[in-house]
Design a protein around this ligand. Sequence first.
Ligand SMILES: Nc1ncnc2c1ncn2[C@@H]1O[C@H](COP(=O)(O)OP(=O)(O)OP(=O)(O)O)[C@@H](O)[C@H]1O
Ligand SMILES: [Mg+2]
Length: 317
Amino acid sequence: MGVEIKVEHLTKSFGKQLIWGDVTLTIPAGEICVMLGPSGTGKSVFLKTLIGLLKPDRGSVIIEGTDIASCPERELYEIRKLFGVLFQDGAMFGSMNLYDNIAFPLREHTKKSESEVRDVVMEKLDLVGLLGTEDKLPGEISGGMRKRAGLARALVLDPEIVLFDEPDSGLDPVRTSFLNQLIVDLNAQIDATFLIVTHDINTARTVPDNIGLLYHKHLAMFGPREMLLSSEEPVVRQFLNAQKVGPIGMSEEKDADELAAESDQELPALPPIPMQLEPSNGIPRRSQREPGAWCRDNGVTPPPGSFDDNMSMTTGA
Ligand SMILES: Nc1ncnc2c1ncn2[C@@H]1O[C@H](COP(=O)(O)OP(=O)(O)OP(=O)(O)O)[C@@H](O)[C@H]1O
Ligand SMILES: [Mg+2]
């Protein structure tokens, strides 16, 4: 279960405005990837291009041998069934209760009987911890519950790929920790490929197997979590450590004067690499690796204090 997404030389613009160009990366089957980037760099556009809602100017998105950037509409319709998408605001129908919202894709895309629909809806509600709320309207529950309801709906068609657009935006830190644990547990349980767009650095540092960073109209870096968390590349380093010093300014890039002004400032040391968040359900991650394995295999010395079990603060445990 879980399929790979192979993105090659993908370029997208709207009219004359280039959003990003020449993006090449492979999202491995069954793993969790996080995509980061300053606001407006085209992360949501990237997700929409992956499901074929937006057409790229150039390049390909290969899923199970089909290039969804160029395939006919009918094939695209089939491929889309592999996806579950959690939109930023949950995208629930306001006048339908949670039960009907979650049942919607099943009634729309399958020939299941109402009793079969009921079984699936209840199973997914249970999975996200929302049993007993099925009669509530989306407006009657909290933001965190709406996210989980959105997640339940994204899962009803048993997706091979789940895309999350800022699942943690607007959540308090405790709920973000619970949601992150739920995401890691689900990934281990259903074995689908997960791609998460987030602005939460703690999520990015602890949840994924791989991290990508979109910056200044291109993919600055994509690779294993440990590679980016030990990287000295200025943009990656600045973003993943939420620092002011570095090439990224308040509005896109800093200019030469701004950069010169901070040239004598010493960069703070890289913080330790935290342990990866482990599934709490006893099922290992598909990509389970020993902490520090990437660093060791690649001759990289991780920052002092990395992979210390006592760093429970940053693992959200
Ligand atoms: N359908 C569209 N038509 C024209 N321009 C668009 C369209 N969708 C997005 N854009 C533009 O593409 C750029 C990237 O938008 P996008 O929503 O992908 O950013 P983002 O990285 O998701 O930002 P944020 O972190 O704030 O969510 C923006 O400049 C936006 O105005
Ligand atoms: Mg967005």
